[in-house]
Design a protein around this ligand. Structure first.
Ligand code: DON
Length: 581
């Protein structure tokens, strides 16, 4: 930390703030949704209702997570899916934590250079659109594995709401329509996708109209009846492979037949007495959140204040160092050795702090590892049940509506997750991430992710469930929600709604959401050498979904008497909702 005596005139301000008790920031957010028995927070209100119904029926948080996962595949097609993949972090009522990796795998016919032309240049769009971009989907196997191992209700029970929404349709609200409008151009390029998500005249649906998906209803019904074999060994896989082969894709039936889910140990770390459990490789999320938190633990953020130049400087420098590690050292654990212990070690964080100049921005290029020259949509939901079981799920098609293709007859939108691999070391992907060899493409390998479904405990009890979409920014979005609650005293809703900042090593820029920093802070950061850029693009700043246990904020939790469950859906999410009972 900066020695107080060296801070000049700024020191007076810091000292006076330091003498004040922790002031919660009042960010003008609504109150979180409060409930005593269970809470479900998702990006689509109908899916949140499904989760609460499952809990009321006696299902546990895992049952609710499975039913919500299937429901979002129908009512939130931009990211909810059975044609993509994701991660589920589980904390059972006895305190045991576990993690299911049901992310996509590269097809067996994939190669390291499959997105490069003869000259070694990236073929634009090859890893993001059409069947060559599709990884072998994992959602169906993931949901069934979760249900069989940790759920209590039948598959039929958990699929029924999704089948109903697909068969009978659901009424589109403003957020649903905006999402379909955003995807219209992409979806219009694929006949089967256009037939579902656009009207026969090619126009987009309007608010109040009903979206019916009979083919998806049939696919979901056959999964309900026959289990994952219907997807991985039956007609669904056949239809996807046929459509892929017809348009230059490389998916084979054997890719589906050999798909398995991995159960892994979450990455854990302790931040100021709070136990964080988050996603391990093949996600970078948990490791990098822990690495950044470990660095930040050495700075008194609550006294430096939310949005102050010193707080933001410390955050940016911690992010800069951690994202170099993300982009160069991490990959699928079945293929590369991940230095998880080193990156999450407090001693390593201290080394990083020693490299951070308190008065000056670092220079990303100086951190370049040897041999390396980085519209969007995912969704996160958080659930807790009456017994205290907690589940955090982030799953995705990668880009909004994935690769924009639906295999005829299936109603299933397919992912473009292959773009998360390193197509070419040093060249940025969809999220501007510049990545290296550890994340190179190989058959059956899983691309490195940033998805960070996270569960935090305190004194052996669940404290917070949190996560978000946002591509490379998922990590910093999740991190900022955590420090806003723990360091800045915000309520869970304020912590999620507060404007965000982001740095990912390259490009060497501090991105800020509009209004995230005052002009005073901006001036100070610029004087330190930071290149701050306002980024108003949507939806890259994510849509976090969080639950805080025991109160809406730390003060209420410490006083006692707060609501048991406090749910918050990001105000950035147009159709999401926190629902409790
Ligand atoms: O796994 C990942 O890191 C990305 N495929 C996530 C994509 C995403 O969050 C897009 N949403 N805004």
């Amino acid at each position: 930390m900066i020695p107080v005596a060296r801070r000049g005139t700024f020191a007076a301000l810091i000292i006076s703030v330091a003498l004040m008790p922790l002031q919660p920031a009042f960010a003008a957010s609504p109150e979180p949704v409060k409930a005593e028995h269970g809470m479900v927070v998702t990006a689509q209100h109908l899916a949140s209702d499904v989760g609460v119904e499952v809990l009321k029926k006696g299902g546990n948080a895992v049952d609710a997570a499975v039913a919500v996962g299937y429901a979002l595949a129908v009512v939130y097609p931009t990211a909810g899916n059975i044609g993509g993949g994701g991660f589920m972090t589980i904390r059972l009522k006895d305190g045991k934590t576990t993690f299911l990796d049901f992310r996509e795998r590269a097809p067996m016919a994939s190669t390291k250079t499959m997105y490069l032309d003869d000259k070694g240049e990236i073929v634009k769009g090859a890893s993001t659109a059409g069947y060559l971009a599709v990884g072998v989907p994992g959602s169906v196997m993931g949901f069934e594995t979760a249900r069989e191992k940790y759920g209590t209700l039948s598959r039929e029970d958990l699929l029924a709401p999704a089948i109903r929404f697909a068969k009978d349709g659901f009424v589109l609200d403003q957020g649903d329509v905006a999402s379909l409008q955003n995807g219209a151009k992409k979806l219009s390029k694929d006949k089967a996708a256009a037939a579902i998500f656009l009207k026969p005249d090619g126009k987009t649906f309007s608010i109040g109209e009903t979206l019916v998906q009979p083919e998806l209803a049939a696919s979901l019904s056959s999964i309900s009846e026959k289990g994952p074999d219907a997807f991985y060994k039956g007609a669904i896989a056949d239809d996807i492979v046929k459509a892929s082969a017809a348009t230059g894709g490389i998916l084979a039936k054997a890719d589906f037949e050999q798909y398995t889910v991995r159960e892994l140990k979450p990455v854990t770390c302790n931040y100021r007495g709070y136990e964080i459990a988050s996603s391990p490789p093949p996600s970078s999320g948990g490791v990098i959140i822990c690495e950044i938190l470990n660095v930040l633990e050495g700075y008194p953020l609550s006294y430096l204040g939310y949005g102050s130049a010193e707080t933001v400087h410390a955050m940016v420098e911690a992010m800069r160092h951690a994202y170099v590690d993300r982009n160069s050292a991490l990959g699928d654990p079945d293929f590369v050795e991940n230095p998880v212990e080193k990156l999450t070690d407090k001693a390593y964080a201290k080394e990083i702090r020693e490299k951070i100049n308190p008065f000056k921005a670092g220079v990303s290029k100086e951190l370049m590892p040897k041999g390396m020259g980085e519209s969007t949509e995912t969704t996160h939901y958080s659930i807790v049940d009456n017994d205290g079981n907690a589940v955090a799920v982030t799953y995705t098609l990668n880009g909004s509506f994935g690769a924009g293709v639906v295999a005829p007859g299936t109603g299933i939108l397919l992912n473009n997750e292959m773009d998360d691999f390193t197509s070419k070391p040093g060249s940025p992907n969809l999220y501007g991430l510049v990545q290296g060899e550890a994340n190179a493409i190989a058959p059956k390998k899983t691309p490195l992710s940033s998805m960070s479904p996270t569960i935090i405990s305190k004194d052996g009890k669940p404290f917070m469930v949190i996560g978000s979409p946002g591509g490379a920014r998922i990590i910093t979005i999740t991190l900022e929600a955590i420090i806003n609650v723990i360091d800045h005293g915000m309520s869970i809703q304020e912590a999620i709604d507060a404007p965000r900042i982001h740095h990912q090593w390259l490009p060497d820029k501090v991105y800020m959401e509009p209004f995230a920093l005052s002009s005073d802070t901006l001036k100070l950061l610029t004087e330190m050498g930071h290149d701050v850029q306002i980024d108003a693009s949507w939806p890259i700043w994510g849509q976090a979904a969080g639950i805080l246990v025991g109160g809406k904020n730390l003060a209420e939790i410490e006083e006692g008497g707060g609501a048991r469950y406090n749910g918050a859906m990001d105000s950035r999410a147009a159709s999401g909702a926190a629902r409790g009972y």
